[in-house]
Design a protein around this ligand. Structure first.
Ligand code: HMG
Length: 282
């Protein structure tokens, strides 16, 4: 299994400012867990996302000698991509492209077509710098805005992005509206049609729904999951009330129950979990 831990998603909407040094210490502890990727910051408008304004300082201070974990950050426009790429420690940029037109506007102040053009430019720049560009397909499983949803829309955008050479897409359930039926449908239909794209699941859900959602995706062949300790977080641009992330401890419990080999260091995970308790007060 390919696992991404998302402290960025956990922190970005947190009401109380987390001190920069505490973020650095926490992310360094997560490095020792040996996740495949840490989604660890974002380069967006600091007025919109004040908690992430120090991402440049944070990524520069991460000790990459602790493990082979790659560092990923969110960028939502070309300017953010340029800034992120000036930090050598960053391996991956992640752009939030939305299947919902409404959410594309809310999140990045663009239409989907404008965002598509932005991705074309960011991809060119990212490749020229020898780094990777991932896409999040936000609202891939539906949206809370009353817009219609059909799997063919995800298919349409997968095709468009495959044509320009996107290789990594996280099917994201931004507000946790996706049910088991939709999860099974998307993971059954989409990855098989686009073998050049490596699809993963970026779920948001209630704590108690974790197992059934993981199982639905896993049973259709998904082997790549994003999560955050205790399910803290979510996208403040999506809804007034945040829907938590997939809790990482639930991913590990799922893996144990399915007898899937866990490559991460669970002692360091326990220690990171305890640090998360101090930061997020749970
Ligand atoms: C995308 C923008 C920046 C466009 O914002 P905009 O309003 O179109 O940009 P603009 O060019 O009109 O500039 C407006 C202001 O933003 C500044 N600005 C503009 N760009 C940058 C930049 N890169 N870095 C720093 N500052 C920037 C710019 O300087 C200006 O500042 P002002 O003059 O008002 O002081 C804005 O809409 C924004 O910041 N959005 C927030 C996006 C975000 O962080 N969303 C959360 C992460 S995505 C997510 O959580 C979903 C995900 C990934 O988890 C998957 C899922 O579950 O769906």
């Amino acid at each position: 299994m390919f696992l991404t831990e998302c402290p960025r998603d956990a922190m970005q909407g947190w009401g109380e400012m987390i001190p920069t040094q505490q973020k650095i210490d926490y992310i360094n502890r997560l490095m020792e867990v040996r996740f495949d990727v840490l989604d660890c910051g974002s380069f967006v408008n600091p007025k919109t996302m004040p908690q992430m304004a120090d991402s440049g300082i944070v990524v520069d201070e991460i000790d990459k000698s602790l493990s082979n974990t790659k560092l990923s950050v969110v960028v939502a426009n070309l300017r953010g991509a340029e800034k992120a790429l000036s930090h050598e420690q960053i391996d991956i940029l992640g752009f939030p492209f939305s299947i919902s037109e409404t959410f594309q506007h809310r999140n990045t102040n663009k239409s989907r077509e404008e965002a598509f053009t932005e991705v074309v430019n960011i991809l060119e720049l990212t490749k020229s710098e020898g780094r990777q560009l991932n896409l999040y397909f936000s609202m891939a499983f539906g949206n809370p805005y009353g817009e219609s949803w059909k799997w063919e829309d995800v298919d349409f955008w997968s095709k468009r992005f495959e044509e320009i050479g996107i290789k990594d897409v996280l099917l994201s359930d931004t507000t946790g509206v996706g049910d088991v039926e939709r999860i099974s449908l998307l993971f059954n239909k989409i990855p098989a049609k686009y073998p050049n794209i490596n699809f993963g699941a970026h779920f948001h859900n209630r704590y108690e729904d974790s197992y059934i959602k993981l199982k639905a995706a896993y049973d259709e062949g998904c082997r790549r999951f994003d999560s955050a300790i205790k399910g803290i977080g979510g996208c403040p641009m999506a809804k007034d009330d945040l829907v938590g992330n997939m809790p990482t401890e639930k991913v590990f419990t799922f893996m144990q129950s399915e007898k899937i080999d866990i490559q991460q260091n669970l002692l360091h995970f326990e220690s990171a979990y305890n640090m998360a308790k101090d930061i997020f007060h749970f």
